[in-house]
Design a protein around this ligand. Structure first.
Ligand SMILES: [Zn+2]
Length: 68
């Protein structure tokens, strides 16, 4: 893991985002393409969803996200 691009600190911690649905939580994800809103929520193909990992600088709070 490299240093913070903003303040140069090497104190970076790994984490993730949670999405909240109706009574359930799941990992935040990057969805390919444009949002497709339906009456029940957003429609997308499973293979178009990529989990997001985030890195946070403990010193300045800078967040970097990776969808891999
Ligand atoms: Zn920083």
């Amino acid at each position: 893991m490299r240093d913070c691009p903003r303040c140069g600190s090497s104190q970076i911690e790994e984490g993730y985002q949670l999405d909240k649905g109706y009574g359930e939580t799941h990992l935040g994800g990057f969805i390919r393409g444009k949002p497709d809103k339906r009456w029940y929520g957003y429609k997308f193909a499973k293979e178009d969803r990529i989990p997001i990992t985030q890195y946070r600088c403990k010193r300045c709070g800078f967040l970097e996200s990776y969808a891999k």
